[in-house]
Design a binder for this molecule. Sequence first.
Ligand code: IVH
Length: 670
Amino acid sequence: MKKEPRQRIEELRKQISEHDYRYYILAQPSISDYEYDQLFNELERLEKESPQLITNDSPTQRTGSDLANEFNTIVHKIPMLSLSNTYSEEELFDFDRRVREMLPNTEKVDYVCELKIDGVSVSLNYSNGILNYAATRGDGTTGEEVTNNVKTIKSVPLKVRANSSKKNSILNLEVRGEIYMETEAFNKMNAERELEGEKTFANPRNSTAGTIKLLDSKIVAKRPLQIFTYYLFSETKELSLHIENLKLLSELGFRVNPNYKLCHNIEEVLDFCNYWEEKRDTLPYEIDGVVIKVNSLKQQKILGNIAKSPRWAVAFKFKAKQAVTKLNKITWQVGRTGALTPVAELESVFLAGSTISRATLHNIDEIKRKDIREGDTVIIEKGGDVIPKVVSVDINKRDRKSEPTGIPQKCPVCGSKLFQPEEEVAIYCENNFCPAQVKGRISHFASRGAMDIEGLGDALINLFVEMKLIKDYSDIYTLKNKRDELINIERLGEKSVDNLLNSIERSKARPFDRVLFALGIRFVGAGAAKKIADHFLSIDSLVNASQQGIEEIHEIGPSISQSIKRFFAEDNNRRLLDRLKRAGLQFQFERKQKDSNKLEGLSFVLTGTLSTMSREEAKEKIIANGGTVVSSVSKNTNFILAGESAGSKLDKAVKLGIKIITEDQFYKMI
Ligand code: IVH
């Protein structure tokens, strides 16, 4: 007799998740890929016929939908802490001493050592045994919901394995772990990307971090993500030892790294650290240290946390990995400001998970200090996710005929003259229209923290500039008039052109501070741009402000203010600005509805701790009533709003005879 679809569907789901478990967690498959596909296809077919029977935990729901992800904010049930680092034997012993000092004398302390996987941490929340949501760490208190993307990782159970009655008590739980990519899978993926002309990733960790935040889960499903879990929390079950939690995680169907060890004293911990520091290259994934955790959860509770890290755990970080290779050539890269950066072109060498063929040399002083020359045998180093650098030269291997490295005589890109401003180490290309500078400025403009134009990467920018489709960043907004021309470019299809044009349109909604940052004014980073935009609220007020007016903003000094004045004084930049305005970019903050004009024309300086509002709130109130807030006291200041323990600003105000008011008096003014 033919089974009810509901029954067969359930049976198939059970079988498939059992096979997933055997394949992805135990690495012991018991059927062939073909047989597995048969089961999967049958389930897909039945679900298609009866879509009302599809549930969230069905294995078919891993692949991702066509809808773009929305990353909602998740408040973590328990904060996701980070770890403090130790770098030496002494620091590790200090940690052990601090732990023991905080615990009653009689207590014995055991530690569990785990490998510190170099990936991205994630929190998995299960209710009733079913994956409820997955969230990134974020700032530790709140993270972003990335459930759809995490679901595509086959080693993340959609449902916990709770077969025996003992485990049924733990169906509501929070599990934490590290998402990562194996080195080989990463390299393969990168090689494929290179072939396709796509941007390659610097290392497995960056690639994992980028992947987990992709809008399209279908792409995530194709990336080789994996997980190791290392933390379990449940309100419904009494847990007492971390090592038991790790075992319980395995029983519940989670993937746990097998290389953990229970250590009875700090010497054993140190042995574990030394062992893995030496053996790290034998692992198929990257680790950057060892995590040491107090085994007893009761002791963990006594020890508690300081700021954002627990006192009961610490990371032992490995030293940066080094490699020896030959420096073939020193080339000079020209950035968007015209600054020339020396780059070491190396004989390719494998280091810490990727093949390195270039390293930064920072500047000419650095080259001279280390006496780095073309043809030298050099020691390079890579720490964390930083770009590799040349640490030193093996002088013994130097060719006697080699010569000290000098600075180039002209711009390597456009051949223009170079200049070195006084008090600066950097050398600059003086030609504002040098193709390298032009491309650099456009690339900065389109980048993530700036206008965030998805799809407009360096390769495309280079192509567009070379084809003379764009000559500065304002031209980006005219590309929509050249759609036909774009579609005819060999590498671009109709779909990718339309995607690009759409993301260009979308960028017009980027807020004023991002636009200000995107302009690429020297020294105006994202943080400074935000402060300046918050203060002036519109580009016109900024353009008209005096240098002194700009410096009134807290933490904005003369180098920034001068650079801003210089930028807007240039005709070419003013023209750019006009064109961007016409394109419809945001050159002012949406003014909040004004409460009144009672403070019109009055300037305030805030000082001391206010008792009824924060400084930010006070500032908002002043602006909402038409006033302005400046950071330093001058004879033009009208009022000082002073709170508790006001300092030097108050003294200066008294000297200048400026009116000092309290919060009560302030409230009466508005
Ligand atoms: S425990 C309070 N265990 O390292 C406990 N973290 O620097 C915090 N990590 O954010 C986490 N492997 O992303 C723990 N076996 C492991 C880990 C691990 C990698 C990462 C994790 C964490 C960071 C702390």
